[in-house]
Design a protein around this ligand. Structure first.
Ligand code: ZN
Length: 271
């Protein structure tokens, strides 16, 4: 039988393809490591004595490992069910960033302010390091607000010429009051008004996958609240150590900050 097929493109079909998280074995990156068939039980994976997120992908278990910004290039070891898996971390040079803030006490805090910063650090670290053992089906995230993204993750920073910790997130420029939408399902792990971060929300997405929203004008959620994708969590502001209104968006795996750009869903259009 002879069949003639006529392909007629009547309309331009636009499809949205959500890219899988990128395997990026660099400081501040994410290593995606195959740790066996899903016909077997989910393996227990750890890195630097911290539990690591494991999820299913096309019949395989994949460990999703956050690589700390201060990791030296070269070999590191992931442990899967007690078996050591070598992973090579590539070098990545992060640029410098020089910022000017008006409030000098945000650069050189006094003792009372340092005490407050120390107390807040414990609360924030507790939320960022929490490991809630629930299934995680994916780590791709929608952007929490629209607007231009900085690519300043990992940059070594100087505030008013004083060297400070590297930038551990992505800054998204948006007007004060812009609603921030939860980029994925989760539970609110902490909220607070912190010295450097200003009004802050931390969302726990499970298995040590945590996202953080800083410098808000308003917090719209409470601790323990269950969130679905797109639920409002607060509004963009300029609280804490800032140079102007923006959202600081942080993403964490196994207690370490990773580049949010690696997790944001990329929209591709195809005909
Ligand atoms: Zn920031």
């Amino acid at each position: 039988m002879i069949r003639t097929t006529l392909l007629l493109l009547i309309t331009c079909v636009v499809s949205l393809a959500w890219a899988a998280p990128e395997d990026s074995r660099r400081p501040g990156g994410v290593a995606i490591i195959d740790v066996g068939s899903t016909e077997l039980a989910m393996p227990e994976v750890s890195f630097s004595d911290r539990p690591v997120l494991v999820m299913q992908d096309a019949g395989r278990w994949k460990a999703v490992v956050g690589i700390p910004l201060d990791t030296a290039p070269g070999p590191v070891t992931i442990t899967a069910n007690g078996v050591e898996v070598p992973v090579t971390i590539k070098e990545h040079a992060y640029a410098e960033q020089r910022l000017t803030v008006k409030n000098q006490s945000h650069v050189t805090p006094d003792q009372a302010q340092l005490d407050r910063i120390g107390r807040e650090r414990k609360i924030i670290d507790g939320a960022l390091n929490n490991f809630r053992d629930v299934p995680v089906t994916g780590i791709a995230l929608a952007a929490p607000v629209g607007g231009p993204h900085s690519s300043s993750f990992g940059k070594r920073r100087f505030f008013n010429d004083h060297p400070r910790a590297p930038h551990k997130g992505m800054d998204i420029a948006a007007p004060e009051g812009t609603v921030i939408a939860a980029p994925g399902r989760g539970v609110v792990a902490a909220t607070g008004d912190y010295y450097f971060n200003g009004k802050t929300v931390i969302i726990d997405h499970g298995q040590g996958f945590v996202t953080m929203y800083c410098h808000l004008s308003e917090i719209g959620v409470h601790e323990g609240q269950q969130l679905e994708t797109d639920d409002p969590v607060g509004a963009v502001g300029a609280t804490g150590r800032v140079t102007g209104p923006h959202l600081h968006f942080g993403t964490y795996l196994n207690g370490t900050a990773v580049d949010p750009a690696l997790l944001l869903q990329t929209v591709t259009t195809a005909e």
